[in-house]
Design a protein around this ligand. Structure first.
Ligand code: SF4
Length: 164
């Protein structure tokens, strides 16, 4: 059985910023009031409203499962953090593979009408093993990793925490 303690969100944050991953993993949360977050929520709530079927298994929170076709979907608002979206979905494919379910992954960007098919390779499986190990080490640290000083910081919910 794969490690259910590490969530898809942690995998995504690992690819964005290790400090963000650490803060989130320590349950340090900030107010989510930005317009971008609101837009994201609206897209999320309105996409697939008729055939929406979420699944949530101990940190594996998939936006839509098409059980008959064996496809899981993640719905995202833009491609600006595409790398994190890809690894989050690859982690879900990895999780299902570990429990004996071969499944296909699709990332949907309804706002820009794009769809990306995501496959899990043997190389990915080995990389995910390394990522899980790294995440555990980061989370086990008593102090957060340094501020990354990237343009993304201005959109991050921890911006005030890091920069005030
Ligand atoms: S503001 Fe920047 S450094 Fe701080 S958690 Fe967010 S991405 Fe990381």
């Amino acid at each position: 059985m794969p490690n259910p303690i590490i969530t898809g969100t942690q995998i995504a944050y690992y690819t964005i910023c290790h400090r963000k991953l650490w803060l989130f993993s320590k349950n340090i949360t900030m107010e989510h009031t930005s317009e971008l977050v609101e837009i994201g929520k609206i897209i999320h709530e309105n996409s697939y409203s008729r055939k929406r079927k979420e699944i949530n298994l101990e940190g594996i929170k998939v936006d839509l499962l098409e059980a008959k076709r064996g496809v899981i979907h993640e719905v995202k608002k833009s491609k600006s953090l595409e790398e994190s979206h890809i690894w989050q979905l690859k982690y879900y494919l990895y999780y299902f593979k570990q429990i004996g379910i071969e499944i296909e992954g699709i990332i949907d960007y309804p706002k820009i009408r794009r769809r990306e098919r995501i496959a899990l390779t043997e190389e990915d499986i080995s990389k995910i093993g390394g990522i899980l190990f790294d995440i555990q080490n980061i989370v086990d640290e008593d102090t957060p990793p340094p501020i990354i000083h990237k343009p993304y910081c201005k959109k991050c919910s921890y911006y005030e925490f890091c920069y005030c």
